[in-house]
Design a protein around this ligand. Structure first.
Ligand SMILES: CC(C)c1ccc(C(=O)O)c(O)c1O
Ligand SMILES: [Fe+2]
Length: 298
């Protein structure tokens, strides 16, 4: 069993890097921590970055998760290889580019590129948010997969990911710690990034952000609303390069592992995704960039 200790980052291609960075800073409210070799690093909390925008073809490149230490990384490599998953170790330059000490990468059964990392760099300076959006942390990432049940078998079979709630065969929300979900899989025709979530400090932040987004002509994909699963109040919006961002506040913590029973929400039922019953537009997808394993594409 491979124990994921946290989410680390999303790495994504940007055909127009400057526009994508400006949006991430001026609209989403992240801090640009560094920009070098065609990569812009953005953070929302003490992690060196949780979003790396890589100049080039638009689309998600990989999603990173942390492991405890190098023994855990070696064990993960062995376990995945035994299961027939092709795994590649990152080289020093690629690790440096990710601001981690070491990492390995592989594709999930659908082609989503996953990276397991150790020693992601932490920055000590207070985050200098691009705007007062009220962001407190990188909350979760949601991948696309054509078969959500099969995706769960993969994540639960090899990793410590446990389903917190199902939304039909449409979405699986998984926890790797007491937070209701840090990883989700959403049904999509191809692998990709469904969205990247930022937690904000209050309900007021969600609503203020919604007004800010509307006033600045940003496309709202869904919300404001309240998810019955995590109980979080949310708003989803679309940024450049096809990236969907979500702000949310009030995520449920599952503190009694033995007592929690995953619920099943039928997406056809009113209120199953939004208790406030707002219009449920499909959250858009940013497709995966297809690359041979081992090629890091920066
Ligand atoms: C619609 C998506 C997959 C979704 C559903 C529920 C929650 C939540 O309970 O917080 C999300 O964050 C989602 O992104
Ligand atoms: Fe979400």
């Amino acid at each position: 069993m491979i124990e994921l200790t946290d989410i680390a980052y999303v790495r994504s291609g940007a055909a127009d890097l400057d526009t994508a960075v400006r949006f991430a800073v001026d609209v989403v409210g992240m801090e640009l921590t560094a920009q070098e070799d065609g990569v812009a690093y953005l953070r929302a909390d003490p992690r060196h970055h949780c979003l790396a925008l890589v100049e080039g073809e638009s689309g998600v490149i990989s999603s990173g998760f942390t492991l405890r230490d190098e023994d855990a990384l070696a064990d993960a490599e062995t376990e995945l290889e035994k299961a027939g998953v092709t795994v590649a170790r990152g080289d020093a330059a690629a690790a440096r580019s990710r601001r981690v000490r070491d990492f390995l990468s592989f594709d999930d059964p659908f082609g989503n590129r996953i990276e397991l990392v150790i020693d992601q760099v932490t920055l000590t300076a207070p985050v200098r948010y691009g705007r007062e959006a009220g962001i407190t942390e990188f909350g979760h990432l949601c991948l696309d997969a054509p078969d959500v049940r099969e995706a769960y078998r993969f994540w639960n079979g090899h990793f410590n990911a446990r389903v917190s709630d199902w939304i039909g065969d449409w979405a699986c929300l998984m926890r790797i710690d007491p937070v209701h979900h840090k990883l989700a899989v959403f049904q999509g025709s191809q692998p990709g990034l469904c969205h990247i979530n930022f937690q904000v400090g209050s309900l007021d932040d969600v609503m203020r952000n919604w007004h800010f987004l509307e006033a600045n002509g940003v496309e709202i994909e869904m919300g404001p609303g309240r998810h019955p699963q995590s109980t979080a109040v949310f708003v989803y919006f679309k940024g450049p390069e096809g990236i969907t961002y979500e702000y949310s506040w009030g995520v449920r913590l599952i503190t009694d592992e033995d007592a929690w029973r995953p619920r099943y929400f039928d997406p056809a039922e009113i209120g199953s995704i939004d208790m406030w019953q707002g219009p449920t537009r499909r959250v858009h997808t940013q497709p995966q960039i297809r690359r041979p394993l081992g090629s890091t594409g920066k």
